[in-house]
Design a protein around this ligand. Structure first.
Ligand code: PLP
Length: 405
């Protein structure tokens, strides 16, 4: 098929040409001074994205799932109690991983579309067992299956209100580099991520950022048996820019370029504002289509992905298949409880207004081909109006500010 493929799943995301070019080079010696310099520079850039001064970034040749495993086994021992809220495939998935390591999981079931109720969290922590308290609260920041973003500041306040000292472990696989994240301000103990979404890289890196409490626990005999995931040798080697295993050499060149784009050039506040602007345009289109957004709390709408319920009787998997085969447009299908009944529009990573219009226009064509309700063009117009309204807003960053100065 001619033209470029439209990859609009909720990750992996499109990789900027510059990042591809940065990785298109010979492999270098991962024990050389050049590589050590590269490691030190990406770890500094990552701290900015994680929102931390003192957190320690860890990089694994892995994916987000590997990073999750690394987070858990360094600080939790079999039998330790953890609290999990299940509001989708990935938040529920944290409980699944934790059980496999023999941790005792208290799982609170929520509906798809819901976010964590802060007062419920406080109540559960206040009522916690004094003899075998929860060792960790596990949270997914952006639930990729539903398009719900949890307010991590509110989670921290809820834990503080119960004066509970469980670790706060947060999965940011589909939010980091898209939505503001403040590891230090929210006192998040471990942040989990992968390379293939907001960081605009191919899949292949599992990332963590680890705070002082978690590090101390791991260093003082805490955690489970571990080898590959163990933080101690990684920290020892990272201090001089090296790794205890063969790192994903070329990915680190890509990461350096991506961090340069996000942190040094566009700037993180502008990156977050762009994601918010594009997400608002997508939601305006969905509303114009008369379809229902899965996230049922507008204050929890995700700026990375929008999950959309299909009209009754429509098989969303058919729509996804048609969009891919006819238009080379990859949409996310519904997963978990939403399999067959929802689509997920990914609007994260390296993306601009025109690409969002392409995503929406292609989705409208697929709707029309299959005789599904929404009027072609209705979502496009609503999205354009949303973008135009955003352009008219006063802004302190970017081209617009320079043009109006
Ligand atoms: N957590 C969230 C929120 C995700 O969206 C994903 C994948 O999409 C994962 C964890 C698993 O990450 P990976 O597929 O990189 O192992």
């Amino acid at each position: 098929m001619s033209g470029r493929p439209f990859l609009q799943i909720p990750g992996p995301t499109n990789i900027p040409e510059r990042v591809l070019r940065a990785m298109d080079r010979s492999v270098i010696d991962h024990r050389s001074p050049e590589f050590a310099e590269l490691t030190l520079s990406v770890r500094a850039g990552l701290r900015a994205v994680f929102g931390t001064r003192e957190g320690v970034p860890m990089l694994y040749p892995a994916s987000g799932t590997g990073a999750t495993e690394a987070a858990l086994v360094n600080v939790l021992a079999p039998g330790d109690r953890v609290l999990v809220y299940n509001y989708g495939v990935f938040s529920g998935g944290l409980g699944v991983v934790a059980r496999k390591f023999g941790f005792q999981v208290d799982e609170v079931p929520l509906g798809y579309g819901q976010t964590i109720p802060a007062d419920d969290l406080t109540a559960r922590l206040k009522a916690d067992s004094p003899t075998a308290p929860y060792r960790a609260v596990l949270v997914v920041h952006n639930e990729t299956s539903t398009g719900v973003t949890v307010d991590i500041g509110a989670v921290r306040r809820a834990m503080d209100a119960a004066s509970h000292d469980a670790l706060l472990i947060v999965d940011t696989v589909s939010s980091l580099g898209c939505t503001d994240f403040r590891m230090d301000d929210w006192r998040v103990d471990i942040v989990i991520c992968g390379s293939q979404k907001g960081l605009m890289l191919p899949p292949g890196l599992g990332l963590l950022c680890v705070g002082p409490r978690a590090l101390a626990l791991a260093q003082n005999g805490g955690g489970s048996p571990r080898h590959f995931w163990d933080w101690a040798p990684i920290m020892r080697e990272n201090r001089i820019g090296l790794f205890p295993y063969t790192p994903a050499t070329l990915m680190l060149f890509g990461l350096r370029e991506a961090l340069k784009m996000l942190v040094d050039e566009e700037g993180l506040p502008a990156v977050y504002a762009r994601h918010a602007r594009l997400a608002a345009g997508v939601r305006a289109a969905v509303n114009a289509w008369g379809l229902q957004i899965v996230c049922d709390d507008p204050s929890a709408y995700s700026n990375s992905i929008t999950a959309v319920r299909m009209p009754a009787g429509v098989d969303s998997n058919e729509l996804v298949k048609h969009a891919r085969e006819r238009y080379n447009l990859s949409l996310g299908g519904g997963i978990g409880q939403l399999n067959g009944s929802a689509i997920r529009l990914g609007h994260l990573g390296s993306l601009n207004e025109l690409e969002v219009l392409g995503l929406l226009g292609g989705t409208e064509l697929a709707f029309a081909d299959l005789g599904i309700g929404p009027e072609p063009g209705s979502g496009l117009v609503a999205c354009q109006r949303s973008f135009l309204a955003a352009n008219a807003q006063p802004t302190t960053t970017g081209v617009l500010a320079a043009a109006t100065a």
